[in-house]
Ligand binder design. Structure first.
Ligand code: NAD
Length: 394
């Protein structure tokens, strides 16, 4: 919606970097808006604390299960920014790879496990929490085994393939008296927290509508995408993998649960990537306050990670909304668009420290297993709405 304006702002940011900062202030934008100087918004929501890091012996010990792209490129390096969490163990089917990372992160080789001796982690008092980062279809088994080994569990999204598996994970954690959290990083990320605060405090007026779009091209030659083409390991297609961000956004921005769902689904006929999982899902949600949400999810076109919130007084846009870094937030009010700059924080470190804090203080995590179950339940209703061409009442 603000595309030409954003291009203009990006151009100005480049000019600013190049030493032409004066050009960025108070001039008429490419689409006739007045671009105001950026400002820093006070941090909203459950903000990351500025308290100092705990000494290493007081931090909780974490084991990472699965040393794939996301684990090794985002999660493991983020322990360096954690204040309450430290990486002490690895679980992998590839011993040389695990040993290489153990050496890199100063992990004792005796704390390197494989999928067969995983359960013996119960005897390791250095491990308090297990963070599971495997193909989605493996989450139920490894979460349940982890809880039965007496460890707290952080599980990546989507929580599991089915509602029944999600419930079994919740039950296993309860039975073992351990915490179970789903790694919904965006609910710990400062730009998204600010959007929630602005939407729910009435700063945009009465909320009317939300659009959220998450797209990327599924690459059959990339090892990280091979299991994503298999229903047993992925659970679903683009909806399970990235459409879940669109769904999450509508729920955390409104703070409500949808009461009705419509959807359409389409996969390119004959495309071998979509034999088992879907390519495109567009869905609409109706919330009790009257907010209507329009969401898209696709494996067929290039990268989009956007959330737009339409209020009676102003429109908020996050774009990118759910990336790892470099989010941008725009507010359009009375035809004037303003970009708000917020201090970036490492959302992975924030979410891991949140679970460590909940364990230390015996609190319920903000994104517990029930949150993951609700998304899996809703995603299955979205599929049902698309399959039956009917509005599903939730
Ligand atoms: P990946 O393929 O790089 O990692 C998966 C890991 O599981 C690999 O190390 C692989 O060796 C291992 N594995 C074990 N058994 C396997 C099997 N039977 N088949 C295939 N792999 C097996 O994938 P990824 O992109 O790192 O995604 C892993 C998980 O993390 C997914 O659930 C994904 O949804 C989630 N993820 C979350 C985010 C986020 O921002 N929260 C981002 C990316 C991925």
């Amino acid at each position: 919606m603000f595309d030409s304006l954003k291009k203009e702002l990006s151009r100005r940011a480049l000019l600013h970097k190049a030493g032409f900062g004066f050009m960025a202030l108070g001039v008429t934008g490419a689409v006739g808006h007045i671009i105001k100087p950026t400002r820093t918004l006070a941090q909203a929501g459950p903000a990351p604390s500025n308290e100092p890091s705990l000494p290493p012996e007081k931090k909780l010990g974490w084991a990472v299960v699965g040393l794939g792209k996301f684990a090794t490129q985002q999660i493991m390096p983020s322990f360096g920014e954690c204040k309450r969490s430290k990486l002490v163990a690895l679980v992998s089917g590839d011993r040389p790879k695990a040993e290489k990372y153990a050496q890199q992160y100063g992990i004792n080789p005796k704390n390197v496990y494989n999928y067969q001796n995983y359960d013996s982690i119960r005897d390791n008092p250095e491990v308090d929490v297990i963070y599971i980062i495997l193909p989605n279809g493996m989450y139920a088994e490894y979460s349940i085994r982890g809880a039965q080994a007496g460890k707290h569990i952080m599980c990546e999204k989507p929580m599991a393939n089915t509602v029944e598996e999600c419930q079994a994970m919740i039950d296993a954690a309860k039975k073992a008296n351990r915490k179970l959290m789903i790694a919904y990083r965006t609910q710990y990320e400062p730009y998204n927290l600010t959007a929630i605060q602005l939407a729910q405090s009435g700063k945009l007026g009465k909320l009317k509508s939300i659009t959220s779009d998450h797209e990327r091209i599924l690459n059959p030659k990339d090892p990280v995408d091979i299991w994503r083409m298999q229903k047993k390991l992925a659970g679903g297609g683009s909806l399970y993998d990235i459409g879940i961000y669109s769904l999450q956004a509508t729920r955390y921005i409104t703070g409500e649960e949808p009461v009705a769902i419509n959807a359409m689904m389409y996969s390119t006929p004959g495309d071998p990537r979509f034999r088992e999982v879907e390519e495109n899902v567009n869905f609409m949600l109706h919330f009790p306050s009257g907010v209507l949400a329009n969401c898209t999810s696709s494996y067929g076109y290039s990268s989009t990670k956007r959330i737009q919130v339409f209020g009676s007084d102003a429109v908020l846009e996050l774009d990118p909304a759910t990336d790892y870094y470099q989010h941008r937030l725009f507010i359009n009010r009375d035809n004037q668009t303003e970009e708000q700059k917020i201090e970036e924080k490492n959302q992975f470190a924030l979410e891991m420290d949140h679970l460590s804090e909940c364990i230390m203080q015996n609190k319920q995590p903000k994104t517990p297993g029930e949150e993951g179950l609700q998304d899996v339940r809703l995603m299955n209703l979205i599929y049902e709405a698309a399959r039956t061409d009917k509005t599903i009442k939730v």
